[in-house]
Design a protein around this ligand. Structure first.
Ligand code: TRP
Length: 442
């Protein structure tokens, strides 16, 4: 059998999993979800889910993926010795396709903004003008073209293979993005009225914690960490045997959360300082950021750099969700990587078109009061991901052979016993019960 490709370095492992986790989920979705769900209350619940459920579930995905060395479907089959769990694999692949479709639309908006900034269109625009300009842009056909362009880029990187394509891009990109975020944080903190924004984000109003807020925070935690559909599982099938699992999981979660909080610290002081609406929804970041840039010296340059890096961060995330589908069709149907990539790209382009148009021509096509875009997002993030996470934790906690579990966790020296015990308790009881409780409550 052909030897499975592996990541070359430790740094490569962290950079790649962080590359998957950090993306539009942190910089676009987190601020808008926090804004519509009451700020501080949302952040508190989000942090709870990251640490209590997130880290154990990432570790569980790593354990399953690396020991089986295959995609999600294969991992469940290897560890259960049968095909009874196939359904969960198919659900994940469906979720990956749905997420890729709406994600590419937002990534397409980001591309439009990059090109606009290069052309110098962002700097001098007044806030009111920017507002309607963005509305006009997303309600037209141009987002479809950008979505297609983004998916083509995604496909080109995928065809470069695991190591060459993914690792190289994320190694260079992540630190630069991080520095830029830090610089913008400082800039936002210096704005007049910044304290109102900080208060909104960091002071939880406990009475605002409703089942809807808790469900939203749980979905956001899963989405942001790329867990619940075997994405981290697929990636860990390329880990070396010596990669420390819990350490990598924790590093990924910490860095991912840090980026989301930084994005919040950039956005909310600006929102309050400019007198904008925190509840603006998916548009929030795309209206606030240009207003920030237009007040900066050399705004176009900052803006170009920022949106360009955001496109790259989105690419490292979409590559990871594409990998779920590709690893699956390659292994299951013995399709070539190339054919699988093309197939996925075509499906995502079709569904992505529906999502892109749901801010314009298809705005009235709704189901349960949600547009196609919102529906794809809601179903995948708030339902399919937590459901997948629940099954993965139950499976690893109760079903997985205990020797496999401990030897995977101990692969790089011995892990303290309490960590293993805590992980087991979390996977067996805490994570599944929390997820169940949130589902029942909402
Ligand atoms: N976590 C990524 C982000 O925050 C998105 C993402 C990548 C994802 N792969 C995933 C979400 C798998 C869910 C499942 O932008």
């Amino acid at each position: 059998m052909e030897r499975r490709a592996q990541f070359a370095t430790r740094i490569g492992v962290v950079a790649t999993t962080v590359g998957s986790a950090v993306g539009l989920g942190n910089i676009w979705r987190f601020p808008y979800e926090a804004g519509t769900h009451g700020g501080g209350a949302f952040l508190l619940c989000y942090l709870f889910f990251i640490f209590v459920i997130g880290i154990p579930v990432i570790s569980a995905e790593f354990v399953m993926g690396r020991s089986a060395r295959s995609c999600i479907l294969g991992a469940f089959r290897t560890h259960s010795g049968g095909r009874r769990w196939d359904g969960i694999g198919y659900c994940s692949i469906l979720a990956a396709i749905l997420i890729l479709s709406f994600y590419s639309v937002v990534a397409g908006w980001t591309m439009e903004y990059t090109v606009e900034s290069v052309a110098g269109h962002l700097g001098g625009v007044a806030d009111a003008g920017r507002h309607s300009e963005f509305d006009r842009f997303i309600s037209g056909w141009r987002p479809v073209i950008w979505m297609i362009a983004f998916l083509v880029l995604n496909a080109l990187i995928l065809l470069g293979g695991v190591k060459k394509g993914i690792e190289r891009v994320s190694n260079i990109l992540m630190p630069v993005l991080f520095l830029i975020l830090l610089a913008f944080c400082v800039n936002s903190l210096l704005m007049p009225g910044a304290s109102d924004g900080l208060k909104f984000l960091f002071t939880p109003d406990f009475s605002a914690i409703t089942p809807g807020v808790v469900l939203g925070a749980m979905g956001q935690a899963f989405f942001s960490l790329s867990i619940g559909l075997g994405c981290m599982m697929t990636y860990s099938s390329y880990f070396s045997d010596r990669t420390p699992i819990v350490k990598s999981a924790t590093t990924t979660a910490l860095l991912d959360t840090l980026v989301a909080v930084l994005a919040g610290v950039i956005i909310f002081p600006a929102v309050f300082s400019f007198g904008m609406e925190a509840e603006a929804g998916p548009k929030l970041v795309f209206e606030v950021l240009p207003s920030i840039f237009s007040r900066l010296h050399g705004g176009e340059v900052w803006s170009t750099l920022f949106f360009f890096l955001l496109v790259l961060a989105s690419l490292t995330s979409t590559i990871s969700m594409s990998e779920i589908f590709i690893a699956f069709v390659c292994e299951e149907f013995h399709m070539s990587r190339r054919a699988a990539t093309i197939l996925l790209t075509l499906i995502a382009m079709g569904l992505g078109t529906l999502c892109a148009l749901s801010f314009g021509p298809l705005v009235d096509v709704t189901m349960f009061g949600k547009t196609i875009f919102d529906l794809f997002d809601y179903v995948s993030s708030n339902i399919l991901l937590p459901l997948g996470g629940m099954v993965i934790s139950l499976f690893v906690g109760w079903r997985l052979d205990r020797n496999t579990l401990t030897s995977q966790l101990n692969s790089n020296g011995r892990l303290p016993r309490w960590v293993i015990v805590w992980l087991l308790i979390s996977l067996r009881y805490i994570a599944p019960l929390c997820i169940l409780a949130v589902f029942l409550a909402s």
